[in-house]
Write a protein of this length. Sequence first.
Length: 131
Amino acid sequence: MEIPKDRKYAKTHEWVRVEGEVAYVGISDYAQEELGDIVYVEMPAPGDSYDKGEEAATVESVKAASAIYAPLSGTVESINPELEDTPEVINQKPYEAHIFALRFSDASALDELLDAADYEKHVEQEKADHS
């Protein structure tokens, strides 16, 4: 399981890569493995605003549909158009295939997200809880 150190992570398995005041949001390698083959992504619309923890998108796989939560409060700047025709790219390159970009309003909220080491501990605990 890959967990890049250049991102922050939510306990709900979204990753965040920050560029200035914009956070690119996708799902972790662990999340895409748990979902299985992704067949559809329902994305937010640019201009939509979300509070941290609010459902912003949905990823559907052959197993189930899963909500994607806004890891930060902000406004959707853009979506990843590649996912409209090839949602399976999330399975192939989970850390390159962002779902949406969010212009966030409170940089201090980044401190509430997990770093790679803490996220790895969180995933290991979750696996232990499910076994």
